[in-house]
Design a binder for this molecule. Structure first.
Ligand SMILES: [Zn+2]
Length: 54
């Protein structure tokens, strides 16, 4: 795991307005894995996600 592949991921839930800021690692398939499962309002799918390399 390289330090270059760390991302700060901001996940915004449009259903309840909750915002999560997580650390993610980019996997080999290009997906950024944060371990985030679902919002406190049970929303699991509809998120606005942005990520920046840190
Ligand atoms: Zn929510």
């Amino acid at each position: 795991m390289s330090a270059r592949d760390r991302y700060k991921v901001t996940i915004y839930c449009p259903s309840c307005g909750e915002r999560y800021i997580l650390r993610g690692n980019k996997e080999k398939n290009g997906r950024i894995e944060t371990g985030f499962k679902q919002c406190v309002c049970s929303n699991k799918e509809k998120f606005h996600i942005s990520s920046e390399q840190v």
